[in-house]
Design a protein around this ligand. Structure first.
Ligand SMILES: C[S@@+](CC[C@H](N)C(=O)[O-])C[C@H]1O[C@@H](n2cnc3c(N)ncnc32)[C@H](O)[C@@H]1O
Length: 279
């Protein structure tokens, strides 16, 4: 991916997930006023939304006590994160590839781990939380978020349903388990609190928040190769993906045109934001 494409992806990811990243930092009371070292992990960093919110939130004296690691399983994401770190002059940061369920980070190392829309994307989300618990130092804080409502799914499903020759878009229940193969739910404050408790964290603070985005249909079309692909690759056969990806995209874009007319596509994203502490 060329760097300008990555920056566009970052801008879109930031408009959707940035407010939740900010809420995680607020809930975690980051940065603490104790003047101690901040040894921070941006887990499943993607395009680096959390890291850029950390950087824009810190005063120079806080940046001087920051040691930031950005980690993701995706090599292309990490290559781009390294470019971003260098271009932004974050000399106290690094980007590494890592599996959030079993990393090679030392035990009791980080003061803070931020996992914005991470756990639900793992095959075994609880293994990811336990790994956070292992790598946090005593007194360390984990902050995370988990989707309750991902609004594009309803519009994509309705758009695809307008053309009976297309395979069905996955149901909400199928999407809930699109990535994980374990049975836990993540879309209530109660569920998320329990997962944090079961992973050994205490002093849990959890709440639900929403973020409304407005995009042009052209902007939605630009994100379709990622958002639609990610889902149909999971639920359609390889032959169906090859045969129906283009007509499915057309059906969605035409449905959006009918539904939203010349106005923006208005989507309300809802998520649980939660933090817990390692004793
Ligand atoms: C929804 S994105 C989250 C992005 C980011 N945290 C943010 O706030 O924008 C999920 C990220 O999880 C990464 N991911 C998926 N499986 C992973 C794993 N096992 N370990 C680490 N990262 C993983 C993906 O590569 C992707 O970048």
């Amino acid at each position: 991916m060329d760097p300008s494409q990555f920056e566009k992806m970052f801008a879109q990811a930031n408009s959707i997930m940035g407010p939740f990243a900010d809420m995680i930092l607020q809930t975690a009371r980051f940065p603490p006023a104790n003047g101690e070292a901040l040894v921070v992990l941006d887990q499943a960093c993607g395009s680096g939304v959390v890291s850029s919110h950390i950087m824009s939130r810190l005063y120079p004296e806080d940046k001087a006590r920051l040691d930031l690691t950005c980690a993701d399983i995706s090599e292309p994401a990490i290559t781009q994160m390294r470019r971003r770190i260098e271009a932004s002059g974050w000399n106290n940061a690094r980007a590494v590839t890592n599996d959030a369920m079993s990393s090679d980070f030392p035990s009791s190392h980080f003061t803070h781990i931020f996992f914005n829309f991470g756990p639900q994307i793992l095959p075994d989300p609880i293994a990811g939380l336990k790994e956070c618990h292992r790598t946090l130092r005593p007194g360390g804080v984990l902050g995370l978020s988990a989707w309750q409502v991902v609004p594009w799914a309803a519009d994509y499903r309705a758009g695809i349903a307008t053309d009976p020759s297309l395979p069905a878009f996955p149901t909400s229940d199928q999407l809930r388990y699109a990535f994980s193969s374990t049975p836990e739910k993540w879309d209530t404050i109660h569920d998320v609190t329990k997962h944090l408790e079961d992973s050994g964290l205490t002093a849990i603070a959890a709440s639900s928040m929403d973020n409304t985005t407005t995009m042009t249909i052209a902007e939605v079309e630009a994100m379709l190769p990622y958002s639609l692909d990610m889902m149909i690759q999971k639920f359609w056969t390889k032959e169906e993906v090859e045969k129906f990806k283009v007509p499915a995209t057309k059906a969605i874009v035409s449905y959006l045109g009918e539904k939203y007319g010349t106005g923006p596509v208005v989507w309300k994203w809802v998520a649980v934001v939660a933090c817990g502490k390692k004793e």
